[in-house]
Design a protein around this ligand. Structure first.
Ligand code: ADP
Length: 182
């Protein structure tokens, strides 16, 4: 029976950005290794210091942040993102968008669950951020859904900056029944 069905294509690409706090705290390797260890494939990577317009497009045109969080929060977040270089990655794997969001954890480090990146490496609260009028340095950005991931990847990477290659994990993470059609 199985041979008559098309296998669902569950492969997704998602964008992560290691924020200035991650770069300045020397946590790049530790955080990236979490994604590597579970078998996600890095298909693009670069360090850059984007200008205001680049972040505006990312957080507002794509992420609709002003309507969700307010202009004040938007402004302090952009200020925080401008504090130093960031490192952007495109990761690929099975249902990668929601999987990576799960690993990243909630926006506020104080309430992000232990075991998540934001829960394990930071503890700042919204209360502290608001009182001091600062953006919350929560280490990492990850695309919110598939549509956002597609728009963000297009915004941060050109086609020739994304690579195809085989990893040893794929024997285990990208198995297909040999008779299933692609
Ligand atoms: P997420 O990054 O979890 O998807 P948002 O897109 O809503 O969350 O917000 C983008 C970023 O703005 C957050 O990751 C955080 O760094 C910052 N931020 C969000 N809300 C606040 C807030 N109330 N105070 C300060 N910074 C905030």
């Amino acid at each position: 029976m199985l041979g008559y069905f098309y296998m669902t294509n569950t492969q997704e690409r998602t964008l992560i950005i290691l924020k200035p706090d991650t770069v300045q705290r020397g946590l790049v390797g530790e955080i990236i290794s979490r994604f590597e260890k579970i078998g996600l494939k890095i298909i693009g990577a670069k360090m850059l210091k984007p200008d205001y317009d680049h972040f505006f497009h990312h957080y507002e045109n794509i992420g609709k942040m002003i309507s969700r969080r307010g202009k004040k929060t938007f402004d302090v977040t952009l200020e925080m993102m401008n504090a130093g270089p960031v490192i952007a990655f495109v990761l690929e794997g099975i249902e990668a968008v929601s999987l990576v969001r799960k690993m990243v954890g909630g926006t506020e480090p104080k309430s992000a669950l232990p075991g998540t990146i934001r829960g394990d490496y930071a503890h700042m609260s919204y209360t502290h951020g608001d009182a001091n009028e600062v953006g919350i340095p929560n280490l990492i950005h990850a695309s919110g859904d598939l549509e956002e991931a597609k728009a963000e990847i297009k915004h941060w990477f050109s086609e020739n900056e994304l690579f195809e290659y085989e990893t040893v994990h794929e024997k285990f993470t990208q198995t297909k029944r040999s008779h299933a059609k692609k």
